[in-house]
Design a protein around this ligand. Sequence first.
Ligand code: AKG
Length: 242
Amino acid sequence: MQTTIHQFREKGFVKIDSLLTKTEVDELRQIYDALLADKLATQNLRSDLAGDNATNDSGVERITQIMRPSSVNQELHQHLVYQKTIQWAQDLLGPDMALDFDMLINKAPFTKTETPWHQDAAYWINMPDKRAVSFWIALDDVFPENGCMWFVPRAKEDTVYHHQNLPNGGALYCEYKGDQSQAISMKAGSCTAHDGFTLHYSRGNETNGSRRALILNYRPTSMIAYERQQGVDHTGQRKFKK
Ligand SMILES: O=C(O)CCC(=O)C(=O)O
């Protein structure tokens, strides 16, 4: 545990093996697939991170993002994964960590669309306390060819690089041309944890299998209250805020 905490603080990211049991992975896969299939219940929380125009002729979403999925699924809301990750969040960043929001990011088979390089802090409003951790939980075995996460060890300072929007509501992105990035392959049920200033990206899914990720974001209770006061509840359209 101390090595994990040390690496997270030094590099801005770390892998946590076997966060979930096989049974827990199976439970989450069922919930996940039901949410993906239910376009009606998720319609206001759902978007294509590749941008609206990216949806191909067959109407397939390239990178499906569903915000706050536990708000429409009670089983997910009560799942043990939230207890396991809050414990890790508090160990990594302090006892005041609480769940800010959850999301699903799915890359369906052969959608071949990368999530561009970015830092999560580019999405944030300006917050006095910038501690945050995002758990990216693999519900399938992940590796470069199906879209595992890649990270660049972060700088010591809290620097947010210049980001732009992909057209038509797509993701924020920035340039990264260095050679420090590391691909984090892992088994289903394992996760990575990264902070808001760590650059990350994933390749498109070039395989015939799914690449399902559940993402849980934690930050200080006081900063969640601060966000909510300003109308940020992570259900709506992404905006670039400084
Ligand atoms: O799942 C992906 O491809 C990207 C995930 C991501 O950017 C994030 O969790 O912050």
